[in-house]
Design a protein around this ligand. Structure first.
Ligand SMILES: Nc1ncnc2c1ncn2[C@@H]1O[C@H](COP(=O)(O)OP(=O)(O)OP(=O)(O)O)[C@@H](O)[C@H]1O
Ligand SMILES: O=P(O)(O)OC[C@@]1(O)O[C@H](CO)[C@@H](O)[C@@H]1O
Length: 318
């Protein structure tokens, strides 16, 4: 199975470790590192670590592509990014390991023109010839139409391809209102509340919301809730996956790892219980290191064993 990830608004992530830092103070930091990032780039990196054949496309700034090129080369991911003038945005991530907190400062990104968007469409049409799954992930770049993911999803579905979507804000709202929903959706709970304009208070509310999306054509909806885990819903089943407590190095990419685990589990035709376990183990692997990399298979298996997965039809309040 071949997977293509689509990152329209990648980011060069600058992770700064500053234990005990305080907003508005002069703070001392322990260290910093740059990583090629953006949700689809992270998914490509996780899936390559899981042994899958991956192509990464999207829009990449021509002025600072080196770290992205190096990551894709090192992981054996095919680079099908369209270069656009300017530098890819920086995403600042301040990690406080003492407080176990990660703070994100995401810049807006480069503005593509019509030519870039048409070139992207051409690349996707070509990839749709022989790629089975398309992962559309991350925010839209400034100036892009809010229904861009709706258009891409409709076209890829019409070509018979499987589509997974993880986005936020107005782009997610548009995607959830569209006629053709993606097969796989992984919003976090805040993104889902905003997109549906509903105050989802209990597990029952969440389950009902996910089921409306399933009724409208999605095959799997995974609503992630940070350290509280994730609710996974299909037409036949619903499960709640609670992670164990771990020492977090950075929560950046936790959701991307979960999405990668869902895609990987689908390729392996796992049951929903095993999918929940595997996807959560990917997230645990991601948050126990900085950068979008999975640990060795033994560590992943050990994490998977520690995930508490139960039927969610009679779940407790979240
Ligand atoms: N602090 C934590 N402890 C244990 N597991 C966590 C923690 N944070 C996240 N996870 C795991 O990662 C999964 C995805 O996390 P989360 O809901 O934060 O995704 P997200 O908001 O999409 O993340 P991002 O946008 O940063 O990639 C959770 O369902 C959970 O299994
Ligand atoms: O602005 P977006 O696209 O919503 O999020 C961008 C981003 O926070 O997502 C990844 C983590 O999920 C990071 O690598 C990146 O900086």
């Amino acid at each position: 199975m071949k997977v293509a990830t689509v990152t329209l608004n990648p980011a060069l992530d600058l992770t700064i470790r500053a234990d005990g830092w305080r907003q508005g103070d002069v703070n001392t930091a322990q260290g910093a590192q740059f990583d090629a990032g953006g949700k689809g780039v992270n998914v490509a990196s996780f899936l390559a670590d899981a042994g899958m054949t991956v192509t990464a496309t999207g829009l990449l700034g021509a002025d600072n592509p080196e770290r992205f090129e190096a990551l894709l080369r090192d992981k054996g991911v095919r680079d099908a990014f369209i270069r656009v003038p300017g530098a890819t945005r920086i995403g600042v991530k301040v990690v406080d390991e003492l407080a176990q907190e990660t703070t994100d400062l995401n810049l807006p990104g480069l503005t593509p023109n019509n030519e870039h968007l048409q070139a992207l469409q051409g690349t996707l049409d070509a990839l749709a010839e022989d790629h089975d799954v398309f992962v559309l992930a991350g925010s839209l770049p400034p100036g892009a139409p809010q229904d861009l993911y709706v258009q891409l999803t409709a076209r890829l579905r019409a070509a018979g391809r499987t589509v997974a979507l993880d986005t936020s804000g107005a782009a997610l709202r548009a995607a959830l209102q569209a006629g053709a929903l993606p097969h796989l959706l992984k919003p976090n709970i805040h993104e889902l509340k905003f997109a549906l304009d509903r105050n989802l208070v209990s597990d029952a509310d969440l389950l009902a919301a996910a089921r409306t999306l399933i009724a409208r054509g999605a095959e799997l909806v995974a609503v992630s809730m940070g350290e509280r885990g994730a609710l996974l819903v299909t037409a036949a089943e619903a499960v709640m996956a609670r992670p164990p407590r771990v020492a977090v190095k950075s929560t950046v990419g936790a959701g991307d790892a979960m999405l990668s685990g869902l895609v990987n589990a689908r390729a392996r035709a796992l049951t929903l219980h095993d999918t929940a376990r595997a996807a959560t183990s990917f997230s645990l692997g991601a948050i126990t290191r900085v950068g979008a990399h999975l640990p060795d298979p033994e560590t992943l298996t050990a994490f998977a064993r520690q995930v508490d997965v139960r039927n969610a039809d009679h779940a407790q309040e979240v």
